[in-house]
Design a protein around this ligand. Structure first.
Ligand SMILES: C[S@@+](CC[C@H](N)C(=O)[O-])C[C@H]1O[C@@H](n2cnc3c(N)ncnc32)[C@H](O)[C@@H]1O
Length: 208
């Protein structure tokens, strides 16, 4: 099996375990950081079950939403139809280390693109920066560690700091403005109602 097939199988099994994995609500940082932007073309990388893409479409964005998992994408497309925004979202399946959506975008959102399978995250984030139109915004949200009590901590996974994320993007001098670069704590309510603390990292950049 190729690395791509291994990753796709991993994520399809992950999503197939339950009818719904995520909350169905858009990520808080996306809502906070994007609400005041003028809608245009948005790209959501690692869109999962589609809550962010649907929220963006409801705000007036024309959205391209990408995931490696066909199970997640089918579910996301159904949610999009249920929300009546199917004409504003194009769902695309990519293993983002291998292929990338075409076009240029006014917003690229990358929310928790982490994987226990092989994931060339730095290269994917550089591609994300590369498809931004002038004045476009790149929003990257990531975890700073595994959740407390995680059963299978993966020793090879590194959770980068905001500075490391920005450095890994290898951006041309003077072409980008850093709007947000911060580490923050967030309460996350788990499926069983338990509340845990997560430390996350936000990077928001604008192309000049
Ligand atoms: C932790 S989940 C986050 C999902 C969603 N962004 C959210 O915040 O709820 C990571 C997502 O990235 C996707 N993913 C992982 N590796 C990928 C890859 N190489 N190419 C595209 N998507 C990938 C997974 O299928 C999964 O939906």
């Amino acid at each position: 099996m190729t690395t791509e097939e291994l990753s796709e199988n991993y994520w399809n099994s992950f999503y197939a375990e339950r009818d719904q994995i995520w909350s169905g609500r858009p990520n808080v940082v996306l809502v906070d950081e994007v609400s005041d932007l003028t809608p245009g073309r948005a790209l959501d990388l690692g869109c999962g079950e589609g809550a962010d893409a649907i929220w963006l479409a409801q705000q007036g964005w024309a959205v391209t939403a990408v995931d490696i998992s066909s199970v997640a994408l089918e579910r996301a497309a159904q949610h999009g139809r249920d929300a009546g925004v199917e004409d504003r979202i194009e769902w695309q399946q990519h293993e983002l280390g291998e292929s990338f959506p075409e076009g240029s975008f006014d917003l690229v959102s990358v929310q928790f693109l982490h994987s226990k399978t092989e994931l060339p995250r730095d290269a994917i984030l550089r591609s994300a920066a590369g498809v931004l139109a002038p004045h476009g915004v790149l929003l990257i949200e990531g975890h700073m560690g595994f959740p407390p009590g995680e059963h299978n901590p993966h020793p090879d996974i590194h959770f980068p700091t905001p500075d490391e994320v920005i450095e890994s993007l290898d951006l041309a001098d003077g072409e980008w403005e850093t709007l947000v670069s911060r580490v923050h704590d967030r309460a996350q309510v788990m499926r069983d109602g338990e509340q845990i603390n997560r430390r996350d990292c936000t990077v928001k950049l604008r192309r000049r």
